[in-house]
Design a protein around this ligand. Structure first.
Ligand SMILES: CCCCCCCC/C=C\CCCCCCCC(N)=O
Length: 528
């Protein structure tokens, strides 16, 4: 599906300007090389146990919750000065809650099964993205004007996780208003990738991604409307699941979804160990867990597998790197060799319009004709939308509260037409039909999580559309799990997203367990 002549010209002009800006950026950001700091390796064995196993050990009194929580606090104190992932901790409260857990277990007479059933995460530490309402904690989403905003309630999935016994350690950083693939804002600063501090941890759940990969947390919660769980999970070599929309409550997040965005926004678990995905999702979904088949036994040998190596060549995205194409090919080989299945390569030309489709659908009005709240309104004060050109001038002299990325999004929004393109809407319908037919209830496809491994800080500004690899899956309403696949030669995480049909989340979660066994899962970023 070739782009039109006009689109090709526009894209060429855009990339020429971006190329020039990138050259200027490189000159301005040149600095004398300092020895790169490295994270300390993980020494405490408690930090190398999944949440599922930790909960079991705590229930069986093999370890105290206080010991586990203290181990994580110590680790955060070691790594956070390097990665800047935590926006606010609650260590004293967490230790008190852990001590209460240990007392409760001491006094419980019903036995281990009762505890497992009622409180499956009892005593296990948890981290929380700072765009979720978490009672008593800053609720900022990286926006300077929300400095001092404290949540008065918990977002429903957090209530459920706490009710299951999890002990929150604190909140983590995001991109400004959760709308960029780098977790940087002028309220909490810049979060770094634990595998290379000069690189980004992704966004918008980048604080979660970075902290989890650094072994500063074992489970966390993220949100995803364009890749905000999967991009940071990929860049940090951990697991992240974007749930089928409508299963986990989206209430009490900032910014709230508006227009049709509720259909594309999903919350989901982020973690280092694949077995924790299902446990967390069961809890976070509450009664809606019944919509999914999370208790079903999945026989991977009976599934139909597909691989889609790239988006068929968009003028806006970059080609998928050789190493990512290669690792996806290796996954195919392992599936075929170990499971005896056939993986069919599929080409979906409509994917080359992924960015335009995402952008169009994100801006559609809801069923009552109400348009989504604009990004400039969210950036500004109530009743006074931000004026991005003015903010850009201010940023040039270091006086704007907004990041360049947020200002660029504000500027881009001003170029939107008032009517959605019928051509793009038709392309989306065609793609949806093809994908739904392909997947059915027993199909899974592999698709790159991004076009390259974690880039250097600020580099996404010069390749802003590559998130479309994850964004299109949101618009299609499909569940997807990002799975780590080891490290490249520079020690940076490789990975792939696995996608299934609507409500078939159990399939991608099972495949995540298989890929963890086959490719080794998360790696310690501090390992020698
Ligand atoms: C020089 C910069 C040009 C700026 C053009 C910006 C166009 C990119 C448009 C949207 C980027 C959104 C990135 C979304 C990342 C994940 C969002 C999420 N919450 O899931």
């Amino acid at each position: 599906m070739a782009a039109s002549g006009l689109e090709k010209v526009l894209a060429s002009l855009f990339w020429a300007v971006i190329g020039l800006l990138f050259a200027v950026f490189r000159v301005l950001s040149r600095k004398t090389a300092a020895p790169a700091a490295k994270l300390p390796s993980v020494r405490n064995p408690l930090l190398l146990v999944s949440a599922t196993q930790l909960a079991k050990k705590i229930r069986r009194r093999e370890v105290l919750s206080v010991e586990v929580v203290q181990a994580y606090i110590d680790r955060i104190q070691d790594v956070n000065p390097l990665i800047n992932a935590v926006t606010k901790d609650r260590f004293d409260a967490a230790l008190q809650e852990a001590a209460q857990v240990d007392r409760l277990i001491e006094e419980e007479t019903g036995g281990e099964e009762v505890l497992e059933d009622r409180l499956p995460l009892l005593g296990v530490p948890l981290s929380v993205k700072s765009s979720y309402a978490f009672q008593g904690m800053p609720f900022t989403s990286g926006l300077c004007s929300r400095r001092g905003v404290i949540a008065s309630v918990d977002a429903p999935p957090l209530t459920l996780l706490k009710r299951a016994g999890a002990v929150p350690l604190g909140t983590t950083n995001t991109s400004e208003l959760c709308m960029w693939s780098e977790s940087h804002n002028h309220l909490h600063g810049i979060t770094r990738n634990p595998y290379d501090l000069e690189r980004i941890p992704g966004g918008s759940s980048g604080g979660e991604g970075s902290l989890l990969a650094a072994a500063g947390s074992v489970i966390g919660v993220g949100s995803d409307i364009g890749g905000s769980i999967r991009i940071p999970a990929f860049f940090n070599g951990i697991f992240g699941h974007k749930t089928t929309p409508g299963v986990v409550s989206n209430e009490n997040q900032y910014p709230p979804s508006s227009g049709r965005q509720e259909e594309y926004l999903s919350l989901g678990p982020m973690c280092r160990y694949a077995e924790d995905l299902k446990l967390m999702l069961k809890i976070m979904a509450g009664p809606n867990a019944n919509m999914l088949s999370l208790n079903a036994t999945v026989d991977l040998k009976k599934l139909r597998f597909f691989t889609i190596p790239h988006d068929s060549g968009s003028v806006w995205t970059h080609p998928v790197s050789k190493e990512l194409m290669e690792i996806q090919r290796k996954v195919v080989e392992r599936l075929e060799a170990d499971l005896g299945v056939q993986v069919q390569e599929v080409c979906l030309p409509e994917l080359s319009y992924s960015f335009q489709i995402w952008d169009t659908y994100m801006n559609l009005p809801d069923d009552e004709g109400k348009s989504p709240v604009s990004f400039n309104e969210l950036m500004g004060e109530p009743g006074r939308p931000a004026w991005p050109s003015w903010e850009l001038l201010k940023r040039m002299v270091g006086k704007s509260d907004h990041t360049v990325a947020a200002i660029a999004l504000g500027l881009m929004e001003m170029t939107h037409g008032s009517k959605p393109s019928k051509v793009i809407m038709q392309l989306k319908e065609d793609l949806q039909n093809k994908v739904d037919e392909l997947l059915g209830t027993d199909g899974v496809f592999l698709y790159p999580s991004h076009t390259r491994v974690a880039p250097k800080h600020h580099h996404p500004l010069f390749r802003p559309f590559d998130f479309a690899y994850t964004g299109i899956i949101n618009i299609l309403g499909l569940p997807a799990t990002q799975c780590p696949l080891g490290l490249n030669q520079e020690g940076l995480p490789l990975g792939v997203q696995v996608v299934a049909g609507k409500l078939q989340d159990h399939l991608t979660l099972e495949l995540a367990v298989f890929l963890e066994k086959t490719f080794g899962g998360w790696r310690d970023p501090g390992a020698e």
